[in-house]
Design a protein. Structure first.
Length: 194
C-alpha cells in the first residue's frame, strides 16, 4: 500500500481529527514527512476531481469532511450528524471566554450582566470549554478556557485565527471612554402641573 492510501483510509475511518504523528503510526514505513506529503497529494486529487469532500486541518489534526457548499443537501437527512446548535447566550459566553481566557465566572458575569452558571455547564458538557486553573482571589475561583474541541468545532487551527477586535462589528474590549449620557426629561404625569 502506498502512504496516500493508508492516510486516506485512516482519515476516512476516524470520527475525530488525527494529527500527522498519529497518522504516521498506521504503518512502520511512514513518517510525519510522508504523512504531510500524502495529505497534500490527497487535497490535490480531491480538488482536481471536484470531490464533495476535502482534507481539512482542524487544530493540530486532519479530517476528511464534506465541503460546506453541500450542507444544504445534507440537512435533509436525519442520519447525518449535526454539531450542537449554540444559543445566543452560549455563543456570547463562548466568545468572551475565547477572547479573555483564562476567565472566572464572576468576571464573565460582570461582562455579560447576567448569571452564567448553566451556560458554563452546557459549554463544558459539549467540551467547548474546560477549567484551566484557579484564580488567586478569595476562594480561588475556577478559571475557564477553550478546548481543542472548540478549535475543531469552529474549524480553527489556533486561537490566533480568531477575528481581531478590529474585524468584529462590536468590540469585546472594555471601552476606554464612556459616553456622557444626558438625563432624559421626565415625562409629564397626567394631572400634574409643570
Amino acid at each position: 500500500m502506498n502512504p496516500e492510501q493508508i492516510v486516506e483510509a485512516a482519515l476516512f475511518a476516524s470520527q475525530t481529527p488525527l494529527t500527522a504523528r498519529e497518522l504516521a503510526r498506521a504503518d512502520d514505513e511512514i513518517d510525519v514527512r510522508r504523512v504531510r506529503e500524502a495529505l497534500a497529494a490527497l487535497r490535490e486529487h480531491y480538488e482536481a476531481d471536484g470531490r464533495a469532500f476535502q482534507v481539512y486541518q482542524l487544530g493540530d489534526g486532519f479530517q476528511i469532511l464534506t465541503r460546506p457548499e453541500f450542507a444544504p443537501y445534507l440537512e435533509r437527512f436525519e442520519s447525518v450528524p449535526r454539531p450542537p446548535t449554540l444559543s445566543r447566550a452560549a455563543l456570547e459566553t463562548l466568545a468572551i471566554i475565547a477572547y479573555r481566557q483564562p476567565i472566572g465566572r464572576i468576571e464573565l458575569e460582570e461582562i455579560r450582566g447576567v448569571a452564567s452558571t448553566s451556560v458554563l455547564r452546557t459549554l463544558q458538557d459539549w467540551e467547548l470549554i474546560a477549567v484551566v486553573g484557579r484564580g488567586k482571589g478569595l476562594g480561588r475561583p475556577l478559571l475557564y478556557g477553550t478546548t481543542a474541541h472548540f478549535l475543531d468545532h469552529f474549524a480553527l487551527q489556533s486561537l490566533a485565527d480568531l477575528p481581531t477586535s478590529d474585524d468584529l462589528s462590536i468590540g469585546l474590549a472594555r471601552p476606554e471612554v464612556e459616553a456622557e449620557v444626558e438625563p432624559a426629561e421626565a415625562p409629564a404625569v397626567e394631572g400634574s402641573r409643570r
